[in-house]
Write a protein that binds this ligand. Structure first.
Ligand SMILES: Cc1cc2nc3c(=O)[nH]c(=O)nc-3n(C[C@H](O)[C@H](O)[C@H](O)COP(=O)(O)O)c2cc1C
Length: 319
């Protein structure tokens, strides 16, 4: 069975499966494994120390795969200036960029005239419409069950995808809560042209930067073992529930501001868990889908399995 969708055509990939930008985790090993397995792998620019470190990482990906890949830019409020990083992506002629966490307008203006496919990760209809208006080639739409930063409206993927599909003409890529062939087929049924997965790709062999304790927490965790933190800062994000997230919620309940919360939600606190395995000494983003994840396969095994499951469903449906 073939897998042609508007997203496979747009991105020139075999399967409509995209690996999400994953702050501090999405490097060349993971991205190239996804691209070599027929999906679109991505590396995350803003987790890298410098533009030159991004160049090195891009060059590593190019050595490891001949397939298309993306560079993700999280351009959040407290983020670093990104134009020097974007310059490198342009110079290295990366085929795809994705952007999230801020207004894509200046980002797109900067890319004016550059031959690159532009994806925007959004969490609401109006953001998707704005991305389309600004010239995005596709939108990635994340529902509230997803891992990492989310929209403020708590809309589930099941509702948000058709809502956005009806509102834009560019292809929609469904994200949030997807981890297997059933999720892929569900997303396509809702009108999406592909899927993006975050949490599922962390629990793979090629996500080499994730501490084994993080992967093991994803495998052991149930659908109820995540918590949304930073809601009071207007930047909600879903993480694995632990003592650290409980402390954050307690502070948020007491109306702590950014200054008080800073040390608990910092990049260092994130790294303490995801790199150093300090399960109660930091936090780790993950989505509710971790309750459906029970192994740590290679990326190739994972993608082949998802496609096999999806093909079985297509067969049952007679499609
Ligand atoms: C650990 C982690 C870090 C993330 N970092 C980023 C990021 O830097 N940029 C981005 O566009 N999305 C980021 N996301 C969101 C993912 O790309 C994806 O949209 C999300 O994980 C989808 O939900 P799922 O985890 O249920 O698959 C992150 C998600 C996780 C779990």
């Amino acid at each position: 069975m073939t897998w042609n969708t508007k997203v496979t055509e747009l991105l020139n990939i075999k399967y409509p499966i995209i690996q999400g930008g994953l702050a501090y985790l999405a490097y060349s090993e993971l991205a190239s494994a996804v691209s070599n397995s027929g999906g679109l792998g991505q590396i995350t620019a803003m987790s890298l120390e410098s533009p030159e470190a991004l160049r090195e990482e891009i060059q590593k990906v190019k050595k490891l795969t001949s397939g298309p890949f993306g560079v993700n830019f999280a351009i959040g409020q407290h983020g670093r200036p990104y134009t020097h990083f974007l310059d490198v992506a342009i110079e290295e002629e990366v085929p795809v960029v994705s952007v999230t966490g801020g207004n894509p307008e200046p980002f797109f203006n900067y890319l004016d005239g550059v031959d690159v496919k532009k994806l925007v990760l959004v969490a609401a209809k109006r953001q998707a419409q704005k991305a389309e208006q600004l010239g995005a080639d596709a939108v990635i739409v994340v529902g509230q069950e997803g891992g990492g930063h989310l929209g403020k409206d708590d809309t589930s993927t099941l509702v948000l995808i058709p809502h956005v599909v009806d509102a834009v003409s560019i292809p929609v890529i469904a994200s949030g809560g997807i981890g297997d062939g059933r999720g892929l087929m569900a997303a396509l049924s809702l009108g999406a042209e592909g899927i993006e997965m975050g949490t599922r790709f962390i629990a793979t062999k090629e996500c080499v930067h994730a501490n084994e304790k993080y992967k093991s927490a994803i495998v052991k965790g149930t659908v109820s073992d995540t918590t949304v933190i930073k809601r009071t800062l207007g930047a909600p994000g879903r993480a694995i529930t632990n003592k650290w997230t409980e402390k954050i919620l307690e502070l948020e309940k007491m109306k702590a501001g950014y200054e008080e919360l800073k040390q608990f939600i910092s990049g260092q606190a994130n790294k303490n868990y995801i790199y150093n395995g300090m399960e109660d000494g930091g936090f780790a983003w993950a989505g509710q889908v971790m309750g459906l994840i029970d192994d740590i396969p290679s990326v190739e095994e994972l993608i082949n399995r998802i496609i096999k499951e999806a093909n079985e469903i297509r067969h049952q449906w007679g499609k």
